[in-house]
Design a protein around this ligand. Structure first.
Ligand code: GTP
Ligand code: MG
Length: 201
C-alpha cells in the first residue's frame, strides 16, 4: 500500500471524543518505550508525526492519525511504565480498555514486543485479555536493527513457543525496525488486506 497522506487528527483521553466518521482504524499498543510512536513514523514515512522519546511514558493520550484520508493509525500510551503511580496505572487501564472494547471501527490491534527481551508476563496477559474479549491482534517485534538475524529468529521462536502454551493458533507476526524500515511493506500489506475486506454497509 502506498501512503499518500498522513496527518495528525486529534488527541484525547476519552474515546468518545475520537473521530466519528466511521473510518477503520488500527491501534498500536505495548510496553512504554517499545517503539510504538517510532513505528508509526516509519510506516507513514513522516519523521515527527508521532512524538517519540528515549524516556518511557511519552505518549499519554489516544492519538489519531489520518492515513490516505481513508483510515486511521492510533498511537496509544504504553503500559508497564515502572514510574507510573498506581492511580495513573488504573486510569490508564480504564481509558485504554474502554477505547479497545468500545471502538466499533477498531479493525486490529498491533501488540508491539521488543525483539531483544524474554517474553514478559504483562504482554502475555494483555494478549490473553484480547483473546478473552475477542479483539483481533497481530504481534510486531520491534528494534530488529539491534540484533543479528539469527538471534532474532531464536527470540521469535522462543516467543512462539511461549504463546503456544496458551493459544491453539499463533497471531500474525511481523519483525520490524524503525531504523532500517524492516517490516514496513509487510505491515502495510496486512493493513491493506484488512481494509479490502472491510465493507461499509
Ligand atoms: P511511549 O510513548 O513512552 O509508550 O513509548 P513508545 O513505545 O511510543 O516508544 P518510542 O517510539 O517513543 O521509542 C522509544 C525509544 O526507542 C526512542 O529512543 C526511539 O528512538 C527508540 N526506538 C524505537 N524504535 C526503534 C527501532 O526500531 N530501532 C532502534 N534502534 N531504536 C528504536
Ligand atoms: Mg509513544
Amino acid at each position: 500500500m502506498k501512503i499518500k497522506s498522513a496527518t495528525f487528527t486529534v488527541s484525547n483521553s476519552d474515546h468518545k471524543l475520537a473521530p466519528t466518521d466511521g473510518r477503520p482504524e488500527f491501534a498500536f499498543i505495548g510496553r512504554s518505550n517499545v517503539g510504538k510512536s517510532s513505528l508509526i513514523n516509519m510506516l507513514t514515512d513522516v519523521k515527527k508525526l508521532a512524538k517519540t522519546s528515549s524516556t518511557p511514558g511519552k505518549t499519554q493520550l489516544i492519538n489519531h492519525f489520518e492515513i490516505n484520508k481513508e483510515w486511521y493509525l492510533v498511537d496509544l500510551p504504553g503500559y508497564g511504565f515502572a514510574k507510573a503511580s498506581k492511580t495513573s496505572r488504573s486510569q490508564w487501564e480504564k481509558f485504554i480498555a474502554e477505547y479497545l472494547l468500545q471502538r466499533d471501527t477498531l479493525m486490529n490491534i498491533f501488540v508491539l514486543i521488543d525483539s531483544r527481551i524474554e517474553p514478559q508476563q504483562i504482554d502475555l496477559e494483555f494478549m490473553g485479555w484480547c483473546g478473552e474479549k475477542g479483539l483481533p491482534f497481530a504481534i510486531i517485534f520491534t528494534k530488529a536493527d539491534k540484533l543479528n538475524s539469527s538471534k532474532i529468529a531464536q527470540n521469535v521462536a522462543h516467543y512462539k513457543k511461549e504463546l503456544l502454551k496458551n493459544w491453539e493458533e499463533l497471531p500474525p507476526i511481523f519483525i520490524s525496525s524503525s531504523e532500517s524500515k524492516k517490516g514496513r511493506e509487510e505491515v502495510l500489506e496486512y493493513v491493506d488486506e484488512i481494509l479490502k475486506s472491510f465493507v461499509i454497509e
